[in-house]
Unconditional design. Structure first.
Length: 254
């Protein structure tokens, strides 16, 4: 099945979930969706607005999110997202390897877990915090014992303050305009051709939506993701430099 066919099937499934929520008066939830999958949702957003929806991944830092269809004021009750936060820690920290995001994700996938049931994974030293669908949490706790050569334990945990309130580094830069390509080039030391390639490859997202418009003018509050480089919040103009350039502020997610 091609990527295009998979996205068409996803759109059909999203339409079905929205309709079921509306017809049965219940909340319905998607699995975790990545940025490209969420783009498929945004393309049909107007068709499901009647059902109501919101998105959640477990933390403001999460890029992988579930969509919940249903309006609280119409349904008359609230339903939490079926998201569980897990901590994966080495049994012997002294002898643990320095593990990467890929190592933790690979260990989970080797258990036969569907990628759509796993949200974001945040590596914190030799440990990791992972968001997953609530239903598979007990299985992961029972079965995840090793990441590469490191013996680990997996247990339920609360979302830390660090993940509830992300650490943002405030940075001010000077550019000739608020065009998104100019800011990406400035922040990540990219040439014009390198910046353009990000847009052509569909690797630039503004507020979760892919943008191929490299001349897009950023607005205060825009969240920008450049896949492979980083993510930042645009906080707006801070004045002009003596040479007539615009001084703008961003907050980079660390």
């Amino acid at each position: 099945m091609t990527d295009g066919q998979e996205l068409q099937q996803l759109k059909k499934r999203l339409l079905e979930l929205a309709q079921r929520s509306y017809d049965q008066g219940i909340y319905t939830f998607t699995p975790f969706l990545g940025l490209s999958e969420r783009q498929a949702f945004y393309e049909i957003q107007r068709e499901v607005i009647y059902a109501g929806f919101d998105l959640e991944g477990g933390s403001p830092l999460c890029e992988r999110k579930m969509i919940r269809f249903g309006l609280t004021e119409q349904l008359g009750y609230e339903a939490p997202y079926p998201i569980q936060c897990l901590k994966i820690e080495p049994r012997s920290p002294k002898f643990a390897e320095q593990l990467t995001h890929r190592d933790f994700l690979g260990a989970v996938m080797n258990l036969g877990i569907e990628r759509s049931t796993i949200g974001d994974i945040f590596v914190q030293g030799k440990e990791a915090v992972m968001f997953c669908q609530e239903g598979i949490a007990p299985y992961l706790i029972q079965q995840l014992h090793q990441v590469r050569h490191t013996q680990v334990r997996c247990l339920m945990t609360e979302v830390s303050q660090e993940l509830r309130s992300p650490n943002l580094e405030k940075v001010a830069v000077s550019v000739s305009s608020e065009r998104i390509d100019m800011l990406l080039s400035r922040l990540y030391s990219l040439s014009r051709s390198q910046s353009m390639e990000l847009f052509r490859a569909g690797r630039v997202f503004v507020n979760g939506r892919v943008t191929e418009n490299n001349s897009y003018t950023l607005k205060e509050g825009d969240n920008v993701t450049a896949r492979g480089f980083g993510r930042f919040l645009y906080t707006g103009q801070q004045g002009e430099t003596r040479k007539g350039k615009i001084r703008i502020g961003v907050e980079i997610y660390r």
